[in-house]
Ligand binder design. Structure first.
Ligand code: ZN
Length: 249
């Protein structure tokens, strides 16, 4: 599950170059992490599991062994677009995962089944994450317009604190997405830990194969760490701008 919360920031870059610099390490980290996930995925996509089970078969077996009912496992388009939707109970597996018997495919399918089990068992971080999602979505739409209008008002008027208040509200709205990224980490790490254990339990992967699948899932987890880093540095950037405006007033 990946949600992009950063939006079209380019117009804001024009307004403030000096604090843009602090974003660079996190953005680089983000690029490196997504390159790593692509690299490990294509590497272990070429390794066939001895069991010969497909991603879809593994997901279904894990769910039935765990006694989780009401989840449908369906194919979806795209690469690495695999996800579990807690609202609809649909577990979607991408083209390279659904009918593939590669170690990478089985690992990813088991990871998504892990999310379905988290949902069925009421795993707290997942419940929090799902509950927070609507507020995060609204917050991420409002954050940048509020912040930008706030900064513009400050610059144009040069006096008063209305712009600063708008910017502060924008920052609070934005911070929701950082909290969301933070809660995503235990959810993802837990699903991957379940995947490693369950693929061995179901006989889908041998211990050695499960370690390879784990590498794919760990590099995917790194992209969530990168998202958190990016989110926090954006937040930091806004806070720097806010403190500068307050000092000027
Ligand atoms: Zn996941």
């Amino acid at each position: 599950m990946f949600v992009s919360l950063y939006g079209p920031l380019w117009y804001y870059y024009l307004l403030d170059i000096s604090t843009f610099v602090i974003l660079i390490p996190a953005l680089l980290f983000s690029l490196i992490a997504s390159a790593a996930v692509n690299r490990t995925y294509s590497k272990y996509q070429k390794v066939s599991a001895a069991s010969g089970m497909t991603g879809a078969e593994v997901a279904r077996k894990i769910l039935s062994d765990a006694g989780v009912t009401g989840v449908s496992v369906v194919p979806c388009r795209g690469k690495l677009t695999d996800n579990f939707n807690p609202k609809t109970g649909v577990l979607s597996l991408s083209e390279g995962v659904f009918s593939s018997s590669s170690v990478a495919a089985i690992g990813i399918a088991a990871h998504e089944a892990g999310h379905a089990i988290q949902h069925a068992k009421g795993y707290l971080p997942l419940m929090l994450r799902t509950a927070l999602y609507p507020a995060v979505k609204i917050g991420s739409y409002l954050a940048l317009p509020l912040a930008i209008v706030g900064i513009l008002i400050e610059w144009l008027s040069g006096i008063g604190s209305f712009g600063t208040v708008l910017l502060a509200v924008g920052i609070i709205a934005y911070s929701l997405s950082s909290v969301f990224s933070l809660i995503t980490l235990p959810v993802e790490l837990n699903a991957s830990a379940r995947a490693k254990r369950l693929t061995m339990q179901t006989g889908a992967l041998t211990g050695e194969e499960a370690s390879m699948a784990s590498k794919v899932l760990s590099s995917a987890a790194l992209t969530y760490v990168a998202s958190l880093a990016v989110s926090i540095t954006y937040l930091l950037r806004f806070l720097l701008i806010l403190s500068r405006l307050r000092r000027r007033n």
